[in-house]
Ligand binder design. Structure first.
Ligand SMILES: *[C@@H]1O[C@H](CO)[C@@H](O)[C@H](O)[C@H]1NC(C)=O
Ligand SMILES: *[C@@H]1O[C@H](CO)[C@@H](O)[C@H](O)[C@H]1NC(C)=O
Ligand SMILES: *[C@@H]1O[C@H](CO)[C@@H](O)[C@H](O)[C@H]1NC(C)=O
Ligand SMILES: *[C@@H]1O[C@H](CO)[C@@H](O)[C@H](O)[C@H]1NC(C)=O
Ligand SMILES: *[C@@H]1O[C@H](CO)[C@@H](O)[C@H](O)[C@H]1NC(C)=O
Length: 419
């Protein structure tokens, strides 16, 4: 007969057990599916090192152009595919989400192992926590993870959801977002212009607590297309504030900021493309003419209807609207990023004002421990004012954190050895 353990020790081991489980099992949102339809989805990806645009695209086997347009980066920038994107940059990666064994996921990404890769370096670093080492091991039936052959091709299963391309009956595309230690649910909701309630519903969460490494499905408002099922770009959906290039790089479709109607026109890089003129008219794809009459505004537009059998389908339509539409607005494009602002790495996502849903208790305190550079005279005295580049602060902060990380690591090790 074993002696009953003293209560304190029992509580402690339960705590340790849960703590270690917590280190291993992160939550992610699982969407069951039954049909073979796929959809477009996004991954929230943080670069583990400096990489060229084309290198990031090849990690996920996607078109570099689609990577750029999904992030509202201007593709007319010279030699943009060889532009080097900075380590720690956060990118949205457009992928195709399929139905595999009754669950939504993407199995299209393959990774060729290099010397010194381990399953955990591939999962935590190269794919920034979007996949776990165990998931890679299972997907590739690896019996001994300690022996990875260099040059071995691994399937990288990646999380994605479709939810029918809608959120609260409005068109949406879902971003798989890996929670960082600094994140709060309120902060994530605010950064993606959604609400805590919506995030909780989408992810079937019972409470607002989230943990580093959890993967949330975040709905992004988007412009949907309604091309016929047999068109090559069937299901095209473009998130608000970005654009996409389709029809063999001939057509460019953008979304927002004024409304969520997909707007397509000839792409700037279009070279040898089939005709983009609407039949029986002199209007080109994207052209809109308006005619004010006593009955209202007679709007004629030449719009894009999908890429079918190598043909750009155009549709001429006329409608009578109460008011004439203003000039077409376009999302703001950015130059390819070369540096990462320190806020996007270490600061918590902006906390919302208050969405009046009684969630104020979960909002992270807004007072910052680290005063922002230059806001306090005492701080600027320590650093040459005006010379602190974002690179410098990027270096300083991890150093300042190092002792804490070391302590945490030692503590974790201690916990493990005590088991
Ligand atoms: C999916 O969305 C379409 C409209 O986009 C709607 O007609 C259909 O009923 C929805 N299906 C489900 C299962 O919600
Ligand atoms: C789309 O984005 C713009 C800012 O780029 C924002 O003002 C607008 O409210 C957004 N629309 C929707 C429906 O989210
Ligand atoms: C029609 O569209 C073409 C291509 O985008 C553009 O160059 C032209 O200016 C437009 N014409 C009118 C009348 O809007
Ligand atoms: C609207 O304009 C089109 C072409 O400009 C014309 O064919 C059509 O009759 C007009 N409709 C109305 C109601 O004015
Ligand atoms: C596309 O082309 C194939 C043969 O070239 C034809 O059988 C098919 O009907 C075409 N599809 C459409 C939608 O036109």
């Amino acid at each position: 007969m074993s002696k009953p353990k003293p209560p304190i020790s029992r509580t402690l081991s339960l705590f340790l057990f849960l703590g270690i489980l917590g280190l291993v099992a992160s939550k992610s949102t699982i969407e069951p599916c039954s049909n073979s339809d796929s959809c477009n989805a996004m991954l929230g990806y943080t670069l583990y090192t400096d990489l060229k645009v084309a290198e990031v695209a090849s990690l996920f086997q996607i078109d570099p152009i689609s990577l750029l347009t999904a992030n509202a980066i201007d593709i007319s920038y010279p030699d943009v595919e060889n532009h080097i994107l900075p380590s720690q940059l956060f990118l949205k990666i457009p992928i195709t989400c399929s139905c595999v064994d009754g669950i939504r996921k993407s199995m299209a990404t393959k990774y060729k192992t290099r010397p010194s890769d381990t399953l955990s370096s591939i999962s935590d670093s190269i794919y920034s926590g979007l996949v776990s080492a165990d998931q890679i091991r299972e997907a590739n039936s690896i019996s001994d993870p300690s022996v990875l052959d260099v040059g071995q091709t691994l399937v990288i299963p990646l999380p994605c959801t479709c939810f029918n391309g809608t959120d609260n009956s409005l068109p949406a595309i879902y971003l798989s977002y890996v929670v960082r230690a600094v994140d709060t649910l309120a902060g994530i909701a605010a950064s993606y212009s959604t609400t805590i309630t919506d995030l909780m519903n989408v992810n079937a969460m019972g409470s607002t607590s989230i943990k580093e490494g959890d993967i949330l499905a975040v709905p992004l408002p988007a412009c949907a297309s309604n091309f016929p099922r047999y068109s090559a770009d069937y299901g095209l959906i473009v998130p608000n504030g970005s654009y996409a290039i389709t029809a063999s790089h001939c057509v460019q479709c953008s979304c927002g900021p004024g409304n969520l109607n997909l707007y397509c026109m000839p792409a700037s890089l279009a070279v040898s493309c089939s005709s983009m003129q609407c039949r029986n008219s002199n209007l080109m794809l994207g052209n809109v003419t308006v005619q004010q009459s006593t009955a209202g505004c007679n709007v004629t537009s030449c719009s894009y209807g999908g890429y079918i059998n190598g043909t750009i389908v155009t549709t001429l339509s006329t409608s009578l609207q109460p008011r004439c539409p203003g000039a077409q607005q376009f999302p703001t494009l950015i130059a390819p990023p070369s540096s990462v602002s320190k806020d996007s790495i270490f600061a918590p996502a902006p906390a919302p004002q208050s969405d009046g849903r009684g969630t104020s208790g979960t909002i992270a305190p807004t007072s910052s421990v680290v005063p922002s550079t230059g806001s306090l005279p005492g701080v600027t005295a320590n650093a040459p004012s005006g010379s602190v580049s974002s690179d410098a602060s990027f270096l300083v902060k991890p150093l300042a954190r190092a002792p804490t990380i070391l302590l945490l690591a030692l503590f974790a090790e201690l916990m493990v050895s005590m088991l």
